[in-house]
Design a protein around this ligand. Structure first.
Ligand code: NAD
Length: 487
């Protein structure tokens, strides 16, 4: 135990049928602090048998309770959860930082996002209704919105609290039963949130479960289970592809929030004083481990030198360190695996382009205990370089330049991904043209990383299927039924 953590490793159980349960494997997974290597906690290494039991119990509660028919109850349950997370925000933020590594300031933002999302979907729970239509004389239809049934939620490690709540809130608001499988690197904050769920009497006992363990076994079992009506998956594009294959066996509905390789496009008339810190933040927040990271910089050749020089200063002034310290700007990568991958990409970048800043693991003193990497900027990369084309999920910015708007648009769209993009210009007509032309689910003009529960988010191309957040995000979790009356 160090002075910074001051807590014993916690033991986390599954939450199934409204009870805290051990896995039948009697095996545990370790969570370690990526900044120090310290043991933070243990979670259950659950088996396929455990997940099947959880699925059965959620199905049972969903069928027997009034949850799917009682929007006011859902509003009250989600409002109560918002309030409890708010009351415990500092405690949860600390656990999140200790387990995931992100800075404590980012963790507070993430938890505040959970509160906001729950409040929004609490209200939205009371707006889930369809419409009636006159179809012929004496014929009318009711187009009803119903819950999907039982939803399996598989979540990643990078924003483990918000990315769980971002899906859990609309899934519950729509009246579904839910089973959550969090990422094995970061189960703690999710299970801590379930401790709060357990205290809320408005939830029918057992309508929502959490089971921790390996994606390849229990996540895959969720994908193939006939008793699960829908899988909502957030994670890597290649895992998303696997889940599509698994779900194909029974044509299960999917919502997929996948990877990205998002560009920031900077024109010569951009307000650089505003752009530079936001572009820097877009790639270095969470050490680049964020799906919407602005990992490609496309800059007009006339301002390229200035933009690169100012971003280099931004990157080199960031204080990289243990995220639990209030003064830290960028925490470590989440694991040795992630660190190795980022190092490998930087080797490629060094060979094929020009290293402007960083490009190496930080070592010496406390750095040796964790997975710290220097904020990195690489210029002059060819368009087919893997650093330009693949999602790195680390603090690595790939720079390319352009000479015309047409070229900028072509470069922005020259990717298999389509999650988000930033456009920096003071020319409104150009901003409109670019926002129409870019194939991405979110286009920010003169800003970046602004997300709201009421605004839809999701991917074009290989960045996903369906939308999260907003009314479309709620409707993802509903079936539509036509009930026809002839009178
Ligand atoms: P990952 O795909 O490795 O894991 C995500 C989840 O899937 C984990 O819970 C994991 O245990 C589970 N899983 C792994 N193999 C599985 C299988 N065969 N069947 C079922 N489940 C399986 O992703 P990650 O490394 O945790 O997260 C990083 C990725 O997530 C990045 O690609 C990032 O861009 C993406 N992401 C996307 C969004 C978005 O909103 N679009 C948000 C955050 C992260």
């Amino acid at each position: 135990m160090s002075a910074l953590t001051e807590q014993k490793p916690a033991l986390y159980y599954n939450y199934v049928a409204g009870e805290w349960t051990e896995s039948s494997s009697r095996e545990l997974l370790e969570s370690r602090n990526p900044a120090t290597g310290e043991l933070i906690g243990y979670s259950q290494k659950s088996t396929v048998h455990d997940i099947e039991q959880a699925i059965d119990s959620v199905c049972d509660v969903f069928q027997k309770s009034d949850w799917g028919y009682n929007p006011k109850r859902r509003y009250e349950a989600l409002s109560a959860l918002a309030q409890k997370i708010d009351q415990n925000l500092e405690h949860l933020a600390r656990i999140l930082t200790l387990e995931q590594g992100k800075t404590i300031r980012e963790s507070r933002i993430e938890l505040a996002g959970c509160v906001d999302t729950l409040k929004y979907f609490a209200g939205a729970a009371r707006t889930v209704f369809g419409r009636s239509v006159q179809l012929e004389p004496a014929n009318f239809g009711v187009i009803a919105k119903e819950p999907m049934g039982v939803v399996g939620l598989i979540t990643p490690w990078n924003w483990p609290a918000l990315l769980m709540i971002r899906e859990l809130a609309p899934a519950l608001a729509a009246g579904n039963g839910v089973i959550v499988k969090p990422a094995s690197l970061t189960p703690a904050v999710s299970v801590e949130i379930f401790k709060l769920i357990d205290e809320i009497r408005h939830f029918p006992k057992g309508i929502v479960s959490i089971v921790t363990g390996p994606g390849k076994s229990i996540g895959a079992a969720m994908g193939t289970s006939k008793k699960i009506d829908m899988i909502s998956f957030t994670g890597d594009t290649s895992t998303g592809r696997t889940i599509m294959e698994l779900a194909a066996s029974n044509i299960k509905k999917l919502a997929l929030e996948l990877g990205g390789k998002s560009p920031n496009v900077v024109f010569s008339d951009a307000n650089l004083d505003k752009a530079i810190p936001l572009i820097g933040r877009s790639i270095f927040i969470s050490a680049g481990q964020i799906c919407m990271a602005g990992s490609r910089l496309l800059v007009h050749e006339s301002v390229k030198d200035e933009v690169i020089s100012r971003l280099k200063t931004y990157a080199e002034n960031l204080k990289v360190g243990n995220g639990i310290l209030e003064s830290t700007d960028m925490g470590p990568l989440v694991s040795q695996n992630q660190l190795d991958m980022v190092e490998e990409y930087c080797e490629i970048g060094r060979r094929e382009g020009k290293m402007i800043s960083g490009g190496y693991r930080l070592t010496g003193g406390d750095y040796d205990r964790g997975y710290f990497f220097a904020p990195t900027i690489i210029d002059d990369l060819p368009a087919n370089c893997r650093v330009v084309r693949e999602e790195i999920f680390g603090p690595v910015l790939a720079v390319q330049s352009f000479s015309s708007e047409e070229e900028a648009l072509a470069l922005a769209n020259d990717t298999d991904f389509g999650l988000s993009a930033g456009v920096w210009t003071t020319d409104l007509n150009r901003a409109m043209r670019m926002s129409k032309g870019i194939k991405a689910g979110t286009v920010w003009i003169n800003t970046y990383n602004k997300n709201f529960p009421e605004a839809e988010f999701g991917g074009y191309k290989q960045s996903g299927l369906g939308r999260t957040r907003g009314i479309d995000g709620l409707m993802e979790y509903c079936e539509t039924k036509h009930i026809h009356f002839e009178i």
